[in-house]
Structure formats: C-alpha cells, structure tokens
Design a protein around this ligand. Structure first.
Ligand code: NDP
Ligand SMILES: Nc1nc2c(c(=O)[nH]1)N=C([C@H](O)[C@@H](O)CO)CN2
Length: 241
C-alpha cells in the first residue's frame, strides 16, 4: 500500500537517500530541507513535496506543521534531521545544548503533537489499522553509551529515544513509534584515514554500513503491525567490543 511519508533533513546523505528510496518504492514523500542543494530539486523532479524549514528559526516548526497538515493522507513521519555539533564548537556551551535540544527533541516533539491526529486517522486506511501509522526517530548509538566529544548531542539523542517511549504509549494502537540507533553508516568527506581506522575498530563488524542498512530497517518497521516502543541498533556490534 502506498504511504505518505514526512522525512526531515532530505538535503543530503541518509535523508536524501531514504527519500529517493521511498519514492522509488511508490510512496509519496514530503521532505524538509535547510540548505537548498541540487539534490532537493532532484527529489522535487521525482515527485517529492519539498519544504524549506530550519528548526532553529522562530516560527518555522509551526509553519511546517500547518503546511504538512494539508496533506491529509500522512501516515508516517521519519525524524532524520540532525546537527552533529561537537562540544568544542565555536559557541557557548549553553547555545550548543540549546541547539541540540531544539533540533533533536523540540522539533520532533512539536511535529509529533501537531500531526498525531492525522497519523491516527490515516491508520484506518490500512486493512489492519493496528500499528498502521508510524513515527521513526533516528537517534544514535551514543544515546545509550554517551560521547566524550559530543556530550550535548548524545544527551539530546537520548532524550529523542525517550520521546519514542512516551509517544508509543500515547499514540497506540493506531501509531507505532520506534527509534533507529545507528553508529557508523556514512563517513563525512572531512574524515581522514586515521579517524576512519579508529572508528571502524570500535565495532566487531568493522565497516561503513551504508544507506541501505537504514532503508531496509525502515521498510521492515513500515510493514510491521506489532513492533513499537523499541530501539533498533545498526551499529556493527559496538556494544560487544
Ligand atoms: N552518518 C552516520 O554514520 C550516522 C548518522 N546518525 C544519524 O542519522 C541521521 C542522518 O545522518 P546524516 O545523513 O549523516 O546527517 P547529516 O548531518 O549529513 O545531515 C543531517 C540533515 O539534517 C539537516 N539539519 C541540520 N540542522 C538542521 C536544522 N536546524 N533544521 C533543519 N534541518 C537541519 C541538515 O541540513 P543542512 O544540509 O542544511 O546542514 C542535513 O540535511 C541523523 O539523525 C544522524 O544523527 C547517527 C549515527 C551515525
Ligand atoms: N547529524 C549527524 N549525526 C551524526 C553524524 C553525521 O554525519 N551527522 N555522523 C556520525 C558518525 O558516523 C559517528 O557515528 C562516527 O564517526 C554520528 N552522528
């Protein structure tokens, strides 16, 4: 059955690849972006509805909720947008924590509350309406482990997983709410060989997993009618090292 999926942060990397993947599967995609890369135009040409939204801009989230509410068949939200700020970023610690909580906690919280009635109503469009609609929070392995250099980021991702627990309870039985906790999906262009070797050595499956690991897990969660309130680690067994 074709779904209508809101994905945040579609401009690049995992968000971009996931939007392309879901469009290719025949789903309708509504995607938010902060920077207007050519990839955004590419997704629009493939049929996506693309909406500019910087979650740190006053009023932007309310405007997004208002705009997405017009898409009356919305049944899935994937919170992918994220800012990987280190604690030594060139701004005061208070601002670092505020931005991390704004992007990773306040934005998903407000969007979920603002669109939950639509998700619940559209669960009924499916043959089996129990667990038919979805919210997926993309967190991070460090939500459970912590981080030496991204303390505020890790804390905000832990809070994002806590939203999974609360919304899973409050939106049952129509809406499933789950976390995906990745570790090493994609390196950044700025990562040097020394960093890559050190990072790969943290997992018992030492590899850069790639976007397809997220695609297949999203597909599984969308097909389930019974999995909710859980976190799915995509981390090469880092917890066993
Ligand atoms: N890549 C990996 O190996 C891992 C990724 N993850 C998680 O997976 C998800 C995707 O990762 P990845 O693709 O690497 O992430 P990126 O950092 O490459 O991209 C994140 C996206 O979020 C957008 N974004 C950042 N800040 C804001 C904001 N204030 N308002 C709106 N949008 C914003 C970015 O926009 P812009 O392009 O303008 O910056 C970008 O499109 C993230 O949640 C990340 O934390 C977790 C562990 C590992
Ligand atoms: N928003 C982002 N979050 C994270 C990123 C990223 O590029 N953007 N990258 C990672 C790393 O893969 C880290 O897990 C290992 O280097 C974590 N989160």
């Amino acid at each position: 059955m074709s779904r209508t999926v809101l994905i945040t942060g579609i401009g690049k990397r995992i968000g971009f690849s996931l939007a392309k993947y879901l469009l290719a599967k025949g789903h309708k995609v509504i995607g938010t972006y902060r920077t207007h890369y050519s990839s955004v135009e590419q997704l629009a040409k493939l049929g996506a509805t693309v909406i500019p939204c910087d979650f740190c801009q006053e009023g932007a989230i309310d405007a997004l909720i208002e705009q997405v509410s017009q898409h009356t068949q919305l049944d899935t939200i994937i919170h992918n947008a994220s800012d990987w700020l280190p604690d030594n970023a060139d701004m005061p610690p208070q601002q670092i924590m505020q931005r991390m909580m704004q992007v990773h906690v306040n934005a998903p919280y407000q969007i979920n509350l603002g669109l939950s009635e639509l998700l619940q109503a559209n669960a009924k469009l499916h043959d089996d309406c129990i667990g038919a609609s979805n919210i997926i929070h993309i967190t991070d392995y460090v939500a459970e482990k912590g981080s030496k250099k991204h303390i505020a980021y890790a804390a905000s991702k832990a809070a994002l997983h806590n939203l999974t627990l609360s919304f899973a309870t409050s939106l049952a039985p129509a809406v499933k709410v789950n976390s995906i906790a990745p570790a090493m999906i994609l390196f950044n262009e700025s990562d040097d060989d020394a960093y890559k070797s050190k990072t790969l050595a943290k997992a018992i499956l030492p590899k850069e997993a790639g976007n397809s690991e997220i695609h297949s897990l999203v597909e599984y969660l969308l097909s389930s009618h019974y999995v909710t309130g859980r976190s799915f680690a995509v981390d090469g067994g880092r917890h066993l090292k």
